[in-house]
Design a protein around this ligand. Sequence first.
Ligand code: GSH
Length: 221
Amino acid sequence: MITLYDLSGKNDLRFSPYCWRVKYLLNFRKIAYKTSPICFTERLGSSFFGDAKLPTIIDDGIKVSDSFNIAEHIEYKYIDIDHRMFNTETKSSLCFINQWSDHFLNTAILERVAYDIISVLDDRDIEYFTESRSIRFGMHPKDFQDYNTKKPENNFNKCCNFLDKILQKQSYLLGENITYAEMIVLGSLTWGEKVSKNTEIKEEFEKLSTWKSELAKLLNS
Ligand SMILES: N[C@@H](CCC(=O)N[C@@H](CS)C(=O)NCC(=O)O)C(=O)O
């Protein structure tokens, strides 16, 4: 059975966007797996992980890291060629959505939740997270979140608008079928929702809200 090393916070809250992408895919494919909770600093101190981040999986003794690589591994190993979501045609579109989500959507979410995350972290991670992110942002996460939530430009709403516009034209992000693109974007939105109240989707993004609630029902079981 697949073991997924899953970032965990206070009260075992699972909040990593990348881990959610993989869990949503495994749920969608009805593939059995177990999760092994691990916090940031446990990963840092472990020779098993080395440079590997979370999620990392072990599948029949094979270690795979990076959500996109893991998704590709799952599709190739468990899904027959005619039903795979990763083929030569679709892989580049999925790669595009993955890059867009990591660079634009995740950044827009981070702007609104960077400080709120601290309150859901495992106690052992607070110092590490605050220090490492202060270096990354060039300021304390509180100042980073305050600055970004107060500026007139709301990048999260811009991303929602972009996604909503796509969903006004088609049922899913890449057309009329569910693909790994849904898991990528839903994983990011789940992260925001788990750690803060600052990434609620506005009512005007009706198609996106419906897409999200229907998929959340499907992919959480
Ligand atoms: N591109 C990677 C990103 C993975 C990643 O950044 N994971 C975070 C958790 S959400 C992590 O392990 N960070 C380690 C750290 O900040 O020390 C993927 O898609 O899996």
